[in-house]
Design a binder for this molecule. Sequence first.
Ligand SMILES: [Zn+2]
Length: 425
Amino acid sequence: MFGRGAVLAVLSFAATVAAAQVTAIRAGRLVDPDKGTVLQNQIILIRGNKVDSVGAGLRIPSADKVVDLSPMTVLPGLIDCHTHLSDGAHSGEPLGQFTKTAAQVALESVPNAQVTLESGFTSVRDVGVYRALVDVALRNAINRGDIVGPRMFVAGAYITITGGAGALTGLAPDIALPWDLHYGEANSPWEVRQVVRKLAHDGVDHIKVLASGAVLTHGSNPKSQEFTPDELQAAVDEASHFGLRVEAHAHSPQGIKNAIRAGVASVEHATMIDDEGIELAKQDGIYHDMDIYDEERIHEAGRNGKTPSEFLEHDAQLGQIQRDNFRKAVVAGAKMSFGTDAGVCPYGIAAKQFAFMVRYGMTPMQAIQAATSNAADLLGRPNEIGSIKPGKFADIIAVSGDPLADIGVLENVKFVMKDGKIYKQ
Ligand SMILES: [Zn+2]
């Protein structure tokens, strides 16, 4: 293995590093979410797509490019751990999927990805799509450089019981769905394993299961539980064979605890989590990924007649219950990540959630950590993203003003670099 080929490979790697473009960024203030500190007057050197070095006294070598962000606050690229970028144009009605081909849905999703990146989110964990595998195609097109978007970590499909929270419901029983609109349907531990195996083969990055009913699904009850503990354990165990983590949608207290006991990485929404649930999640280091902003948009769309009235009935009181439970989880010291359910909200406005996280108990630094270092940890990629450190991807944003004094400045990101490349300046 260490013959001539290996030597040539090392030489060609060295040549690539030497030839990589060097960019220097002068950062007036630099947020380090790993330590929860803000450093003054730092220089960041970027070689190719990676951070090379960071420090106050760094000499700027013959950089190809110097970016002066000295009047600004520089942060690692933000990470939204709960998006749906791949369902096409924003709409409140899942049955709208029947008016489009899969190609239409995919092409309509291209601007969703672009505005997300331009708003400062350089990575997303995309947690499900109605038309199976459109998210895989979108991720791959971004990675090839064909279109502009964040790093996407995708689920491929929803794994759901028949007629469950992740199913396309509300149709007459004699309408047969095409394969890609019921790809993730499963009704036993072995069927769950089969879907996980198919998704792993299709190249997904993580697995999404639905452990309770949903707000935005016809005929669903968010207070119910869906998959049984056996089925959830099968999902987590089978996913682990492929090195994949599992996130569980769960609103109801029992659905949440079933998911936590099964060993998921995060509970999505966690709306009606009770004290026992918070304690169990804390013991096992499971993240709460609570979308406490989108309530505003569900109701605004309801007033405009764009949210079906059935969904508004499901949602009654749940928004406030979720926000109160978010505060409880923060006070308890539970692990918190940043997830918005973008797709329920219009795309590109996810940062509006930061102000709500602060209003409901977080410090501004905790809110930033939820969307950076904690999110990277939840994704299993703490060595690649989540902070600006040597060896990590050069995913860097900047804002005017001080987000630790006014978290709202994150809604107006002025500079975006992803993978060493500038997308907004
Ligand atoms: Zn969602």
